[in-house]
Design a protein around this ligand. Sequence first.
Ligand code: HEM
Length: 355
Amino acid sequence: MTQPDPHSPARTIGYLAVIAGVVVLGAGSFAYAAGWLSPSRLTPTKLVSALAPPSGPALGHRRNHAKGVCFSGVFEANGTGTEVSRAGVFARGTYPVLGRFNLGTPDPDAPDATVRVRGMGLQITAPDGAVWRTAMINLPFFPVATPMAFYDLLKASHSTDPGAMASFTQAHPEFARFGGWAKSAPWTTSYAEEAYNSLDAFLFVDASGARHPVRWSLLPQAPVSPVTNAELTRLGPNHLEPEITARVGQAPQRWTFNITLANPGDETDDPSKAWGPDRRMLTVGTLIVSKIEPERDGPCRDINFDPTILPDGIAVSDDPFPAARSAAYARSYDLRASETQYYPYHLQTAKSSTP
Ligand code: HEM
């Protein structure tokens, strides 16, 4: 029997066609992932670009929550959480944590008193190495109901059209709640006096495999002394970082870790709707922050507090935010990790030195 000639022109053309097919398929997948084939699709690139101020992003920094400071300490679990989750970090014990206090702004130099949203990125590591990351904020509910609405909000807030915000608020009535909170909620002069809330709903999975929809909150054990915005402004543009450094230098700071269980029928897919106060609450332990380090050389700088990095025993729910956030945080991380030569970057100096 004659063997086929591997070098025949027909065979070569066949190989080339297969290679071309693979290249076209690959390019098609990239184009799909990038959103070029469906311009109305929300992509991480679009979301992250929309966060930047009109003058451009602060290169080398997180594209949101850019101003912040690292902390470390422990999570002391009291064992109560094992009722609803089999995650190792809920077994009675003490587990190392690493985190970041931050302000919800794309500007790493924003004056403290100009930023309403304060946040905490937190990583808890179980003895078997399983890691739980969460990024929480001090609002009691998220300003908008969907990732697309968040994108529309960013676009409206940077728009030169004077009617853009009015049209946005008309289309998203839930945003008015945030406006009310921002106007009336007191300010504090310390990261240690803030509560930090997951807002997104997750599922806890217990030892029997049963799933429990939950949200979580860290409540400050430090006494809270509310101040006005004018009082905070008087303390200067960069008060919060030295304040928390000095406070933790004197004594570790503590937060009570509370889990809120959904009532049957509670919506889990909309973080703009707070669950009422009658929900069952479990106190699962205490976060103890014992060391503060500047972001520049601190252990949090190169961490992506992606809310979908979850240990066995915690899973995402039908809340659409964590997946959108995960993709956007990865995009932000990729950008800042490739721009380390610009860090720390100052938007104002960059703007004034632009010809
Ligand atoms: C679609 C909605 C959202 C988008 C596009 C978004 C975008 C981002 C981005 C790009 C970062 C920087 C990530 C990095 O470079 O490591 C970030 C950080 C952060 N976000 Fe979001 N976010 C969203 C929703 C939320 C929600 C719902 C919360 C809280 C409940 C939240 C809390 C935080 C916090 C606390 C940080 C700072 C974490 C750290 O210290 O690294 N975000 N966000």
